[in-house]
Design a protein around this ligand. Sequence first.
Ligand code: UDX
Length: 442
Amino acid sequence: MKVSVIGCGYLGAVHAAAMASLGHEVVGVDVDPIRVAALAAGRAPFYEPDLDELLARTGRAGRLSFTTDIEDVKGASVHFVCVGTPQSADSDAADLRYVEAVFAALVPVLQPGDVVAGKSTVPVGTAEGHVAEVEAAGARLVWNPEFLREGYAIRDTLSPDRLVYGLAPGDATSAAVLDAVYARQLDAGTPRIVTDLTTAELVKVAANSFLATKISFINAMAELCEVAGGDVGTLADAIGLDPRIGRKFLGAGVGFGGGCLPKDIRAFSVRAHELGADSAGGLLREVDAINLRRRAHVVDLVQNELGGLVGARVTVLGAAFKPDSDDVRDSPALDVALRLASAGADVVVTDPRAIDSARRVAPGLTYVADLEDAVRGADAVVLLTEWPQYRDADPVRLGALASRRVVVDGRRVLDRAAWEVAGWRVRVIGSADGPMGILSAG
Ligand code: UDX
């Protein structure tokens, strides 16, 4: 089947390559000629494991091409809308300018029988506002949200947990068209939920809101553990053994960031307010507030340990919002580094992948690529992104380089006993200042 993918950022580039790998003939469209040239040469403009290889392979096979010309989508039977919906510059609402621009450009080139499949995460009601113009062109509009995680984007696209089709009233044909696109996933037993446009839009924001809520829930428990003298990791293990709760996304620490969770919960609460359901939005405002408190808390921990931040050399391990990514959008690690610097610390940031992207948004910080060079002379080391190379770093070697052996574990991944044996004073976010509790599962 011939399909187009409009918007070749994170979602679109992965979706285009994944659709081509399923055997479809794919044309990707983006307004940025530099991005189009990179993708056409088999290079993703961001780091995602295996994506370059998939782009190159499907490109060589002649099933994937990229263009800046929207006219080139003619002949495709499904057009996937994959542009971003970032947070607005001046409010918590989603900025829909890219979605609006796609519809303005795409509708005039639609052909009767085409299906427009929205994948962008949009405020509820957005799709309904475009049904009439798409149908006037003889085409159909469906909403088909995407749930991919950075770092696992190809796997999540090719083997999703579920497929969701949101259909406009009276649409009896588009589900079969999407079934043909996703035939391989459906054959593999992927559950498929067919619903209306509104519910499909809400499924995506509700899923991200739930994940964010789960993280902030455990971080609220971490706040309690810290003052009461408990250990949030043991607590999470214990409650996570209840299958109704589950252990996933109960990782306490410096909280969530990235291009999705923070902006999606904010957009959700703005939309809830607009629709007269402000109390529902209130839940997510609290989730956001708990999340942001964790960042301030890490800064306080470092300050307390050092007895002041002015002039102190603080090494921050991690800039990306999570490991296996070079994405620093709303990254807790980079935010904490900036907060430490504005409190007067002399901050050095290291990260295996994200230094270039971090430098673009926070040029005032000092970046050092090598872990040992970064730790040399540090008064405190703060782990904020749980890259394996930081989790597994040798505390004896690093201890010989640091000025003072003070480490704050903002992701709860260090082997506390090993660091203490190596002479480090260890503070673990979400644990009392003492040995951690131990789970007895027996
Ligand atoms: C998320 C959703 O998981 C995905 O389904 C959606 O399509 C896009 O948004 P992503 O932003 O790639 O994906 O990252 P995710 O793995 O969900 O992590 C988000 C943030 O939460 C990261 O900053 C991570 O460090 C943090 N996190 C995650 C925790 O703090 N604790 C956890 O237990 C899990």
